[in-house]
Design a protein around this ligand. Structure first.
Ligand code: SF4
Length: 370
């Protein structure tokens, strides 16, 4: 199958691993930003095939995982209201809020529906003019264009009973926050290919220059990831810190002009809270003033909610790459995908779920023997 088999070829993978081995002379820590890349790395055992001197650090690029508890609680509050149809992608339904999740709201009588596109929610709104229909719009630059388009369409079609609960976050400010952390060990980045397919690569050279880190735009298949790692290691070994595009079949430097225009029309940049990390200035989007009428937070006046993070869950440290999931005491015992304590165990892109799913149940040797 084109674009799958050809990027999973074992012979090519072996060759890339040999090339990485040949150029590696020192210890390097490389962060893959995206949760999809984390799953691919763990699923294919790529981190175990690399030279011992290369450590892959899993980054915060899982949209479900970084959605703040406060927003989850607001979603639960809105979804429980009479007359509301609350629409979401399926993976948000099991994310724990302070006291319950959307599945619980649904079991208690809330009209919570799984949709496959925000435009499905708009259709539901058009079909139910006497109900308020809310779509839970979370995620990075990848999911934002479709949500922007939906709000644009709602306005154009005059569908007033639709609103968006927005929690969109941006990758470049998160990279800056990671690099500013005193505990940061990251020396190079695999930038998320799908984010760059929307936004292009123009935001990255200033970051690479400021923090003197190589940034290689990387795809998601095994050979994509190995090529991203190979190029990053080569830069590190040669003392370079440049932005390279190792995913040219999907990414152009200028990105997707139509998607960017839609984003610029519907959203404006704002400070955003990241679950487990805290507030990062100018790290997200909210609806621009002319679309604010479609903001579910305003429409339902869900202002000051009291939120309570689990005292056990260490997903904030996982999301910043400070610990591996199996270093959390709850991992695989009290926290499993069936009974998740944190979003990183719920999401199909979460690092904890990846470690559980692909049986990385043992502690790393250096932690186990500490
Ligand atoms: S294993 Fe569970 S409790 Fe531990 S950090 Fe991951 S999600 Fe949180």
């Amino acid at each position: 199958m084109r674009y799958l088999d050809e990027f999973s070829n074992p012979e090519s993978a072996r060759r890339l691993i040999e090339e990485i081995r040949a150029v590696t002379t020192r210890r390097w820590s490389i962060m893959e930003v995206c949760g999809g890349q984390t799953h691919s790395i763990i699923r294919h055992g790529i981190d175990q095939l690399l030279p011992d001197r290369i450590e892959m650090i899993h980054g915060p690029g899982c949209p479900v995982c970084v959605t703040p508890l406060e927003i989850i609680d607001k979603a639960l509050e809105i979804a429980a209201r009479p007359g509301v149809i609350f629409c979401s992608f399926g993976d948000m339904l099991r994310v724990p809020g302070s006291e319950r999740d959307l599945f619980r709201v649904k079991s208690e009588g809330g009209d919570v529906r799984v949709v496959y596109s925000p435009l499905d929610a708009l259709t539901i709104a058009a079909q139910n003019p006497d109900r308020q229909v809310v779509f839970f719009g979370i995620g990075f630059e990848t999911t934002a264009p479709a949500n922007a388009m939906t709000v644009y369409q709602a306005r154009k079609r005059g569908i007033e009973n639709f609103s968006l609960l927005v929690s969109h976050v941006l990758v470049p400010p998160a990279i800056a926050a990671i690099m500013e952390s005193p505990q940061c060990r990251v020396q190079g980045f695999l930038a998320a290919g799908h984010v760059c397919s929307v936004m292009g690569t123009e935001e990255y050279p200033p970051l690479a220059e400021k923090y003197r880190v190589p940034m290689v735009v990387t795809g998601f298949e095994p050979l994509d990831i190995l090529e991203g790692i190979r190029r990053t290691v080569l830069q590190l070994e040669q003392g370079r810190h440049e932005v390279e595009n190792a995913y040219p079949r999907a990414v152009r430097a200028e990105g997707n002009a139509a998607a960017k225009a839609m984003l610029a029309d519907v959203f404006e940049v704002t400070d955003r809270g990241w679950r487990g990390i805290g507030t990062i200035p100018r790290s997200g989007w909210r609806l621009a003033p002319r679309y604010r009428h479609y903001d579910a937070e305003q429409r339902f006046a869900v202002g000051d909610l009291h939120t309570e993070e689990s005292t056990v869950c260490r997903s904030g440290e996982v999301l910043q790459g400070l610990i591996k999931p199996n270093e959390c005491a709850a991992f695989g015992t009290t926290c499993t995908p069936r009974n998740p304590l944190g979003a990183t165990m719920v999401s199909s892109e979460g690092a904890c779920a990846a470690y559980y799913l692909y049986r990385r149940l043992d502690l790393p040797a250096e932690v186990a023997h500490a």
